[in-house]
Unconditional design. Structure first.
Length: 328
């Protein structure tokens, strides 16, 4: 089975390099939190924080920190100023609602509580002793995560009842690109072949409604930086983009990152139980729609955007298109 880029055609372009080891560039430290927010987090935990370690990875503004309490307990907290980062604040509130409603036994961090004063929002989770999957992917870790997704989808089908409305899936963007001259010009610069094939992707995007029908609660942002490998389980973190769709949607999304590692995702897709018997065209629709979302977002960023986020989206989008070209 192919496990490196030399066994899968030509080497990857520079725009398709593996995910950067340090993705977040706009974290704030624990020491910079307003005193009431710190107190709110400590009230959730029922203890005093004695040490705080900011976490690398992720792309959202705000706090992401592992905490140690005076009694030796540990926790993980994230927080954001919703005035300065309105969208991230909405994500945090939605993630809190989704996490609180997930059924027992689902391999996710347990939500311990939250703090929301109308301006700052903080979520406090159990601390997970684990590591991010290596990038480029190692075959043993990839197999472990793909197997865990089968179990995860089983536990979340049918989708649990949630106290919050879920957003539309973060899929599709080709039509937006067509109607955005500056973004289209940027796409033409970084991926001229893709720009010439827009009609194909618009045709696939027209089928997105039927391709996203289903009854499984999917993560909706399942990339390696949202997976932790613990000793006894694979834990999926960060659930603000969850949506209800087909059981295989997260597998397709994760395999896009496999393509970014220079590995042909197709052998893994061909034998994954969640993709057995699935209409290949429906999978193609999801791959194209994922690439469309990523590239539309990346090509629409202005000079104030996070360059690491733009680079990640561009690399993942182009890698997904590379996989799609192999399939078609």
């Amino acid at each position: 089975m192919p496990t490196n880029h030399t066994s899968w055609g030509t080497p990857m372009p520079l725009s398709e390099r593996p995910l950067p080891s340090h993705t977040g560039s706009r974290r704030i430290p624990w020491e910079s939190l307003p005193r009431p927010v710190k107190a709110g987090i400590e009230n959730v935990l029922g203890g005093t924080v004695t040490a705080a370690t900011s976490q690398r990875g992720g792309f959202s503004d705000g706090l992401a920190v592992r905490l140690e309490l005076s009694d030796g307990r540990r926790a993980f907290a994230k927080a954001v100023d919703t005035v300065a980062a309105t969208a991230v604040g909405a994500f945090h509130r939605r993630e809190g609602a989704v996490s609180a409603a997930l059924p027992p036994g689902v391999p996710v961090p347990r939500l311990l509580g939250s703090y929301d004063d109308g301006e700052w929002v903080a979520l406090v989770f159990e601390d997970i002793e684990g590591t991010l999957p290596a990038q480029p992917w190692r075959e043993s870790e990839l197999e472990r995560v793909l197997a865990a997704l089968t179990d995860l989808s089983g536990r979340l089908t049918p989708a649990p009842r949630l106290p919050t409305a879920l957003p539309a899936p973060r899929l599709g963007g080709w039509e937006r690109l067509v109607n955005h001259p500056r973004a289209l010009a940027k796409l033409t610069e970084i991926a001229p072949g893709t720009a010439r094939e827009l009609e194909k992707h618009l045709s696939l995007e027209a089928r997105l409604g039927e391709a996203t029908a289903g009854e499984t609660l999917t993560h909706g942002d399942l990339y390696p930086f949202n997976v932790l490998l613990a000793d006894d389980r694979v834990v999926v973190v960060d659930w603000p983009h969850a949506w209800i769709g087909p059981a295989y949607a997260d597998v397709v999304m994760l395999l896009g990152s496999v393509a970014l590692s220079g590995i042909n995702p197709e052998p893994y897709a061909a034998r994954h139980p969640l993709l057995t018997g699935v209409d290949p065209e429906a999978v193609d629709v999801l791959i194209s729609a994922q690439a469309g979302f990523l590239l539309a977002a990346a090509c629409s960023m202005d000079s104030t955007g996070d360059p690491r986020l733009e680079g990640m989206m561009t690399g993942l989008g182009l890698a997904s298109l590379r996989w799609l070209s192999v399939r078609r």
